[in-house]
Ligand binder design. Structure first.
Ligand code: ARG
Length: 286
């Protein structure tokens, strides 16, 4: 497939390199929307658990076909949001910083994920401050981008910096539809010196200071449209080349192709009823 660059004056899109990943997922055997803790959720709208499982399975099979390793945690009945494993913790170099959820409905998930991490050989850092794991913390190169405003408290960012000894960049979310950082930023590349389009983001989801910070750090980032943002199109998973995205994110798909990535579309419409997409259903084990 041929591609053209919108930015004239630039040379061809750089060659992207896929690397094998290790993920934790949770089959949504008990998926439903029983409460409302984000604007996407409406308990009055019926959910179809078997459709959620079918759609989730497509995502799972997609990762396997790309050569990634996927671990599974069993969903606990009564914890319908457990399918969004990205919120279960944050892991670098085998150290898992546990989640301490904002809303009581999800709080029992924290210990359940920490137990899984321990059983699977990860060193667990018990959280002292409210945080929702990789939903709000994104590793880009050596730096951790950390969201606050709706869920994770800013003192969790300090805790994160102490645990991992890395720079943590606080970004403030301002639009309730984009309540986790992974709904407003997608990390596309592990940052290997080439800074072009390492991330994609929706500028309007952030306060002014955070927007300026993102512009400064990522001058060539993809800025997605409001339309693509509004269907959680940024909630995607990249292995450096293949980017698994929502099937309705057509503008984002085009932008990714122009930058040398290979977008792969999946339909997770049922899981969107809970306010989550591709990324939310995926926790990276590093
Ligand atoms: N219903 C869940 C919540 O509001 C959705 C979580 C989505 N996860 C994510 N990583 N953005 O907590």
């Amino acid at each position: 497939m041929t591609s053209t660059l919108e930015n004239s004056g630039q040379t061809a899109a750089p060659a992207r390199v896929a690397t094998k990943r290790h993920y934790l997922m949770c089959r949504p055997d008990h998926f439903t929307v029983a409460y409302r803790i984000n604007p996407w959720m409406d308990p009055a709208i019926p959910t179809d658990t078997s459709l959620a499982v079918t759609q989730w399975n497509t995502l799972y099979e997609t990762y396997l076909s790309l050569g990634h390793t996927v671990e599974l945690i069993d969903q606990i009945p009564g914890l319908p949001d457990m399918v969004y494993t990205a919120n279960g913790g944050f892991i670098i170099d085998n150290v898992a910083y546990g989640a301490l959820f904002t809303h009581p409905e999800r709080q029992p998930e924290g210990p359940a994920f920490m137990e899984w991490f321990r059983e699977h050989g990860y060193e667990v850092a018990e959280p002292q401050n409210t945080n929702e794991g990789e939903g709000d913390f994104l590793l880009v190169g050596d730096v951790i981008l950390a969201g606050t405003g709706f869920r994770s408290a800013s003192n969790s960012h300090e805790e994160l910096g102490e645990i991992y000894g890395r720079e943590v960049v606080t970004l403030t979310l301002v639009d309730p539809r984009f309540y986790h950082l992974d709904t407003a930023i997608s990390v596309l590349d592990p940052l290997t010196g080439d800074t072009s389009a390492n991330i994609a983001y929706l500028p309007s989801a952030f306060d002014t200071a955070s927007r300026l910070e993102l512009e400064r750090r990522f001058p060539d980032a993809i800025e997605v449209s409001e339309e693509d943002g509004a269907i959680l199109g940024l909630n995607s998973i990249s292995d450096g080349y293949n980017v698994v995205i929502a099937n309705r994110a057509v503008g984002f798909e085009k932008q990714l192709r122009e930058r040398g990535y290979n977008p792969i579309k999946v339909d997770l419409s049922e899981l969107l009823l809970g306010g989550g997409g591709v990324k939310c259903c995926t926790l990276e084990l590093r």
